[in-house]
Design a protein around this ligand. Structure first.
Ligand code: HEC
Length: 124
């Protein structure tokens, strides 16, 4: 009896091995998928609702109020949450887009914009 227990501890059966593999797969693969999804939808949201005026991170109406890092910083926009707030509520003569962006859309598009501003809007 004692020997049998020892063996089953040292050699896990195939089922538990498969379950562990399955869980590992999800731990590794799932977050990547979620991030990819966010990047895609951030880009799409931007194309649909922002690019009309902010093409390539510029601003066709008020050139100095663009989405490039230097301009954002100069205007006191230092993180993606500040961009999300502008996306929702608007700023100056720009309207807010909370309805169009939907739930969390403001944060997703703002993260994408913030990321682009760090990369000087150079697309890979
Ligand atoms: C119809 C044109 C238009 C659209 C569409 C638009 N914006 Fe703007 N945006 C502007 C204008 C104009 C300003 C400058 C507003 C002012 O200061 O009076 C501005 C300013 C900004 C700023 C501040 C930039 C800075 O350097 O101060 C951010 C951030 C911004 N927009 C984000 C967005 C996001 C996110 C979207 C999409 C959800 C969006 N905008 C869609 C016209 C637009």
């Amino acid at each position: 009896m004692a020997i049998k227990n020892k063996n089953s501890l040292l050699i896990p059966n195939t089922n538990s091995f498969l379950i562990i593999l399955f869980l590992l797969f999800f731990l590794i693969a799932l977050p990547k998928d979620l991030i990819a999804l966010d990047t895609d939808s951030g880009k799409t949201l931007f194309k649909n609702f922002c690019a009309g005026c902010h093409i390539n991170g510029g601003n066709i109406i008020r050139r100095s109020k663009n989405l490039k890092l230097a301009s954002l910083k100069k205007n006191g926009i230092n993180d993606s949450e500040s961009i999300a707030k502008i996306a929702r509520q608007g700023i100056g003569i720009m309207d807010g887009y909370s309805e169009q962006l939907g739930e969390n859309g403001d944060k997703i598009v703002a993260n994408w914009i913030w990321e682009q501003s760090q990369k000087a809007w150079v697309q890979e």
